[in-house]
Design a protein around this ligand. Sequence first.
Ligand SMILES: Cc1cc2nc3c(=O)[nH]c(=O)nc-3n(C[C@H](O)[C@H](O)[C@H](O)COP(=O)(O)O)c2cc1C
Length: 147
Amino acid sequence: MVYYTVKGNTGKIAKTIAETTQLPMERLLKDKPVDIGAHEYIFFGAPVYNEHFPKAVLQYGRNQRWSGKKVAIFSTNIGWKDKQAIDEFAQIIASKGAHVVSILSIQNRGVMSWTVGFGKLTEAEYEKARKWALEIQPKLLRTEDLR
Ligand SMILES: Cc1cc2nc3c(=O)[nH]c(=O)nc-3n(C[C@H](O)[C@H](O)[C@H](O)COP(=O)(O)O)c2cc1C
């Protein structure tokens, strides 16, 4: 499971998914890309900033070898152009041969501000992430061709 986080929200959901799926967490950093070569399937998480995934994430999408990888994408955001941002990333990796199996967008409740914590994830959101991970992991593990 690979994730990118600026303020920690996506990291918290990533931790929930890692615990649920028993997958190791690998944090992607701007100057430290995670090599996905060894993974057959990947849960991939990122936040939405200014209507896009962060530049480092989009660049990572363009630079990794996604061919044949099954990917489930999750994001935290406040629900503004989130689908568009996720689809943008999904299309980048799909154009490099990834099979995007599922997408989950998780919203923070509350006020977005630089000082007041970027909204808050409630227990309902963690539960949504757990349910999704449990439902999707078997689909990622399945070996038949996905189209
Ligand atoms: C400057 C800024 C811009 C943001 N832009 C968007 C946006 O365009 N769409 C959206 O849905 N959420 C937006 N958000 C909310 C973040 O996506 C949300 O707080 C997310 O959970 C942050 O993830 P992180 O804590 O993993 O960095 C923005 C937040 C900030 C601070």
